[in-house]
Design a protein around this ligand. Structure first.
Ligand SMILES: Cc1cc2nc3c(=O)[nH]c(=O)nc-3n(C[C@H](O)[C@H](O)[C@H](O)COP(=O)(O)OP(=O)(O)OC[C@H]3O[C@@H](n4cnc5c(N)ncnc54)[C@H](O)[C@@H]3O)c2cc1C
Length: 398
């Protein structure tokens, strides 16, 4: 299908969102009831043809380019539409399947992840294997047309809400004696398979769904391997590249956050305070730089450029910027050194500002976590120094 112009598409999206975005914001997705409501919303989005505008049409996408994708995201955040919840499927597994999956796997998994019939989580980290991911020990042993999986994953975001997990498993332990990145396989596992146990992990901000996942003699069909057996490290690096790289359009989310921060500054009576305005100005400039960079990367990608070296820079930048936005809010809103609770009822507080503040603490904690998941800021700095700047490698064990 020939795609309409970006301007026409933007108008179409704006009209659709005006008609479909729930008038009342959905409850937070951070407990099961709120998550289920977001899942229902995702279904509406899918049926409207907006689940993934830049994905191929044959898998349920819209077949649009990056400029359309950016326009969609800008409109989505402008309309304050619900937060997306199938991050593992949408931003990680989907792109990986396009790159490494078989045609059968794409047709089997992608439409369901786009409509949120299937929620996916990421099973990479293990106790003792986080930054040093290649040291992972979960074992998968071939038995006829199945693998038998034993081991444990940890820090699994949305594990408690998910239906499937894409996991890294060790299929050839002998290969690891030579090189620990060898002998790893990328395997998709249905969490309802006998022998899988998902145990909740408590979060400091009360968010539910975070989990650890245990596998005891779990039988997984061999056709669930993505990419080549024993070559999963390549697939894992591609997944992390997608996790760290640009999500085209998310600058609009940060712009909303800075606008909310400006509202909070006003509520606090600091609109004329030069120190507060300095702080506000700093985060505004940070988000504008990020926005300009998203446009730059989109143009580069459309011109066929390689974005590999930008993923770690991007992740380091947006996670530290996001932390700065929320930490600044907490600082400016503090009263006698203590964090201010609910704003509702205070003079001059409109509903959008009160809502923003209600969510601010949760977003602050999430911002701290974002500097850890997908590879910590220290690891991103190592990657940038070694692989982008060509500085000497840090000493490593094999
Ligand atoms: C909220 C949250 C959600 C997550 N979700 C998922 C998920 O869905 N799936 C999943 O698989 N994992 C997930 N993770 C796990 C995440 O990927 C790991 O926590 C992360 O990779 C760090 O590993 P670690 O916790 O084992 O810390 P470690 O690797 O033990 O690191 C501890 C500290 O040492 C530093 N460090 C380690 N090595 C180096 C080095 N070589 N140079 C300099 N500093 C170093 C680190 O930066 C860190 O500060 C999540 C984590 C969090 C916090």
């Amino acid at each position: 299908m020939t795609m309409i112009s970006v301007a026409e598409f933007r108008a179409e999206v704006r009209a659709w969102l005006a008609e479909h975005v729930p008038a009342e914001p959905l409850p937070s997705w951070t407990d099961q009831a709120g998550f289920d409501q977001h899942r229902t919303w995702e279904r509406t989005l899918f049926e409207g043809g907006y689940a993934a505008v830049d994905w191929p049409e044959e898998y349920g996408g819209r077949g649009a380019g990056l400029q359309h994708t950016i326009a969609f995201a800008e409109e989505y955040y402008r309309a304050r539409a619900p937060e997306r919840v199938n991050m593992g499927g949408l931003y990680l597994l989907g792109p990986v399947l396009m790159q490494y999956g078989t045609e059968e796997q794409r047709r089997r998994w992608i439409p369901d992840l786009l409509s949120c019939r299937t929620i996916w989580c990421q099973g990479f980290s293990e106790p003792g294997s986080g930054s040093d991911l290649a040291s992972l020990r979960t074992r998968a042993v071939r038995d006829g047309d199945h693998y038998v999986v034993n081991g444990q994953k940890i820090w699994t975001s949305m594990g408690g809400f998910a239906d499937w997990i894409f996991a890294l498993v060790r299929t050839d332990p002998d290969a690891a004696k030579e090189r620990k990145h060898a002998g790893i396989t990328f395997l998709c596992i249905d969490l309802r398979t006998p022998g899988v146990e998902v145990r909740p992990l408590a979060m400091v901000d009360g968010t539910e769904g975070f989990a650890e996942v245990f596998f005891t003699d779990v039988h997984v069909p061999v056709e669930n391997v993505v990419g080549e057996v024993d070559q999963g490290w390549k697939v894992a690096m591609s997944t992390l590249g997608f996790e760290r790289g640009a999500v085209f359009g998310d600058h609009a989310k940060f712009s909303n956050d800075v606008a909310a921060l400006a509202g909070l500054v006003a509520v606090r009576g600091l609109a004329e305070d030069s120190l507060a305005l300095d702080e506000l100005g700093r985060v505004l400039v940070e988000t504008e730089v990020y926005r300009a960079n998203v446009y730059r990367l989109a143009a580069l990608a459309e011109a066929g450029g390689n974005l590999d070296s930008t993923a770690s820079i991007n992740k380091l930048y947006w996670t530290e910027m996001q932390h700065d936005i929320f930490a600044t809010g907490l600082r400016l809103m503090a009263e006698d050194g203590a964090v201010v609770g609910d704003l509702a009822g205070l003079a001059g507080v409109d509903a959008v500002t009160a809502d923003a503040w209600r969510d601010w603490h949760h977003r602050y904690w999430y911002a701290r976590a974002a500097m850890i998941f997908g590879g910590t800021s220290e690891i991103q700095r190592n990657i940038i120094s070694e692989r982008v700047l060509g500085l000497p490698m840090e000493p490593r064990r094999s």
